[in-house]
Design a protein around this ligand. Structure first.
Ligand SMILES: Nc1nc2c(ncn2[C@@H]2O[C@H](COP(=O)(O)OP(=O)(O)O)[C@@H](O)[C@H]2O)c(=O)[nH]1
Ligand SMILES: [Mg+2]
Length: 374
């Protein structure tokens, strides 16, 4: 299909993998890209991929933003190629999408080989592969730049920042709406030097700045499919992954009497989890909470205990009960992190006089103990 407006050549059945560290803005970028394509009548859909089992915040939020989305949880798409291919065929063949995109979990590396490489080898010619795209948060990038800054995360995760960049065909320096011009230029210069193989664009997935150029690049270019040795499975890889844990909980909160303010409650919950993590000398690269009522939904996001709480949406009125989802990707061991959430939930429930019913909890480290080199 050719878009007459500005001659973007669109190849049918194009698939894009979006990589990038926890909280870099992958989900926000996919929503912005989906909107950009929809505006240009490119039928598209999003696969929200995660290690968590089910009912994850990103898929719900993406749907609320009006995008066609399906959740593919339980493992990285690196390790469920058949499921991924089923989803792609459903989107392309049954729903007639022209473009499908999926993120990988924000601790992920290796998707260039495990996803693109596998699709190329085992399903040759079936899907066109868009430039392998890595979304970057400048604050985190500063950890691997000259005169590196302290970012409150274990040094070991710097391996992930580097490996993700090494895989990129296209790097998107995100969140430029909150950057000074000279800092933005410094980051762009660093990225161009560190990743000579990649095209580099500056965007704000939130405001849409730079999105049109990024979208055009993605539609008009293809993946290079050059193998890259990122040291997958190496000691550095294991050390980085073993710093992180995954925590997902779903529960129902009902006020004992009267009504309560759900937005204030959720903010306090995030504050309490952050405070307890701070006391334990730990951090949370991405903490999300989500709740829905008949009239609205709230989504809060925090990309580190020293970072502001972002309210991507608020409920805006008092209520008597809410179902809540917590998705946290923490730089902490699983057990203490679980205990921290329990303490924070108990304290906030007491303060807001809530009865809590827990439906689902999962908490796991990313590396089996036997694999951990430490
Ligand atoms: N200021 C700003 N914030 C952004 C931008 N993109 C994402 N964010 C925020 O960064 C946080 C993490 O974004 P998200 O898309 O969930 O990151 P992901 O974990 O990589 O999927 C959220 O609070 C977003 O609102 C951006 O372009 N500018
Ligand atoms: Mg996300």
């Amino acid at each position: 299909m050719v878009c007459a407006q500005d001659h973007w050549v669109i190849v049918m059945k194009k698939f894009l993998v979006v990589s990038g560290f926890l909280g870099a803005g992958k989900t926000t970028f996919m929503i912005a890209l989906s909107r950009e394509f929809s505006r240009r009548a490119v039928l598209n859909s999003v696969i929200a991929n995660d290690l968590g089992a089910k009912d994850l915040i990103d898929a719900k939020f993406t749907e609320k933003q009006g995008c066609a989305v399906s959740e593919l949880g339980g493992a990285c798409i690196c390790y469920q190629t058949e499921n991924l291919v089923d989803r792609l065929r459903l989107a392309f063949d049954d729903k007639h999408c022209e473009f499908v995109m999926s993120d990988i979990p924000g601790c992920g590396v290796g998707a260039l080989e495990h996803v693109y490489g596998t699709l190329e080898r085992e399903y040759p010619g079936e899907f066109e592969l868009a430039p392998f795209t890595v979304v970057v948060d400048a604050h985190r990038l500063s950890a691997i730049m000259p005169c590196s800054e302290e970012i409150g995360l274990p040094q070991e995760v710097n391996y992930l920042f580097r490996a993700q960049l090494m895989e990129a065909d296209l790097i998107l320096l995100n969140k430029i709406d909150s950057m000074r011009q000279d800092d933005k230029q410094r980051c762009l210069d660093f990225l161009k030097n560190f990743c000579p193989q990649a095209a580099v664009h500056a965007i704000s997935a939130k405001t849409g700045e730079g999105m049109q150029a990024a979208a055009k690049h993605i539609l008009t270019h293809s993946a290079r499919l050059e193998p890259v040795d990122i040291g997958y499975g190496s000691e550095e890889f294991l050390a980085a992954e073993s710093c992180l844990c995954w925590y997902d909980r779903q529960y129902y909160a009902k006020v004992c009497c009267d009504v309560f303010d759900p937005d204030a409650y959720l903010t306090e919950l995030v504050e309490q989890i952050s405070e307890e993590l701070g006391k334990a000398g730990r951090n949370v690269p991405h903490l999300k909470v989500y709740a829905e009522t008949e009239n609205g939904f709230a989504k809060l996001s925090r990309v580190g205990i020293d970072q502001p709480i972002e309210a991507d949406s608020c409920i805006g009125e008092e209520c008597v009960d809410i179902p809540v989802i917590i998705n946290a990707r923490a730089a902490c061991e699983p057990k203490p992190f679980s205990e921290i959430v329990d303490v924070a939930m108990q304290r906030t429930a007491e303060k807001y006089k809530l009865e809590i019913t827990i439906f689902f909890t999962e908490c796991f480290g990313l590396v089996e103990e036997s694999e951990n080199p430490q």
